[in-house]
Design a protein around this ligand. Structure first.
Ligand SMILES: [Zn+2]
Length: 68
């Protein structure tokens, strides 16, 4: 607990506490919170989209063909 650090605000104004970027663990950027950059945000978004598409749902074709 050092009150001296809060006094000397020589750094960038801490508007929001930074968190480690979910992608690369770098400090997050407030413009891309909680990611460090727009790139990392897209990476995460793409993985999320792919993940939802990867769920096997289409099982109709194999069944429709099973008619011997
Ligand atoms: Zn990142």
């Amino acid at each position: 607990m050092s009150s001296e650090e809060t006094k000397g605000a020589s750094n960038v104004a801490p508007l929001r506490k930074t968190v480690p970027c979910p992608e690369c663990k770098r400090p997050s950027h407030r413009e891309h919170y909680p990611f460090c950059s727009d790139r990392c945000r897209n990476v995460d978004l793409n993985r999320w989209l792919k993940g939802s598409y990867a769920i096997p749902v289409a099982d109709d074709e194999s069944k429709a063909n099973d008619d011997e």
